[in-house]
Design a protein around this ligand. Structure first.
Ligand code: OAD
Length: 248
């Protein structure tokens, strides 16, 4: 694990203090401390033999809807027990401290909302919601024991309200995220490998619009050489320090 920067750069603190429009893009790294497994961590127990990238697809759901539903129910149970960490809380503090703030997340765990963030754009959906694939509306599953539960309106098997591999992102959310990235003064990229598009394009849109781009990640990513500030460290350690140093 790389050493934390001894001091956060003064120029960064000044940039965040002066910023009127701030955007944060988060990935699974910000939830790691909360114990939410990512796709890329080894699956444990019952799911060890499945490749998550094989389960999170429309084809897998068509082939075996019960298996896919059970995998998401297992993840929903994990997320249901997870609590926001200091990284999530720090971003909620930023939202309360700057004139305009937009939090764009690739995560589906709802932890930003639990931490008190209001303006959250969920690019990949939310694990805690279910959706009727025919009517394309979110539906609260009834208590029936059928797996997956069936849509009470049309009887179709419900699916998790998340974006699967190979599926398009929700157009409204993607446009909102892109508009925010293009019009911000400062863009924080936190806990994402920056490998999955179109989310990974957002910091580059901010750079093109001459925003200050800040990356927080223990590891280097493709964004690292392009960011104005690339801080090697954990979100739950760096973000509270940055917020404290900037807003007191
Ligand atoms: P990844 O697992 O690809 O990357 C997580 C990043 O977080 C890595 O770069 C880690 O170094 C970093 N990280 C780990 N612990 C951290 C910490 N405590 N603080 C800060 N950073 C930390 O996850 P994502 O980038 O979110 O897509 O993956 C993006 C998408 O890939 C996911 O949304 C999912 C997956 O395919 C869909 O589900 C459509």
């Amino acid at each position: 694990m790389p050493d934390l920067p001894p001091e956060l750069p003064t120029e960064l603190i000044e940039a965040l203090s002066d910023a009127r429009r701030v955007v944060a893009l988060t990935g699974s790294g910000i939830s790691a401390e909360s114990g939410v497994p990512t796709f890329r961590e080894a699956q444990t127990g019952l799911w060890a033999r499945y490749d998550p990238q094989e389960l999170a697809t429309p084809e897998a759901f068509a082939r075996d809807p019960e298996l896919v539903w059970k995998w998401y129910a297992w993840r929903r149970g994990l997320v249901g027990r997870a609590l926001p960490n200091a990284g999530h809380t720090a971003l909620a503090d930023v939202e309360r401290s700057v004139p305009e703030f937009c939090l764009v997340t690739q995560n589906v765990d709802g932890l930003h909302q639990q931490a008190g963030s209001d303006h959250v754009v969920e690019l990949h959906g939310n694990l805690l919601r279910s959706r009727c694939p025919v009517e394309n509306v979110t539906v609260e599953p009834d208590g029936a024991d059928h797996l997956p539960p069936l849509c009470p309106n049309c009887g179709s098997p419900l699916r998790p309200d998340v974006v699967w591999f190979g599926e398009a992102l929700p157009a409204t959310e993607l446009e909102a995220a892109s508009e925010a990235a293009r019009s911000c003064d400062l863009f924080l990229s936190v806990g994402t490998s920056g490998l999955v598009y179109p989310a990974a394009s957002l910091p580059y849109e901010a750079l093109e619009s001459r925003a200050t781009v800040v990356e927080i990640n223990p590891d280097r990513t493709p964004l690292s050489p392009h960011a104005d500030f690339s801080l090697r460290g954990r979100a739950e350690e760096i973000l509270p320090r940055l917020v404290g140093a900037t807003f007191g």
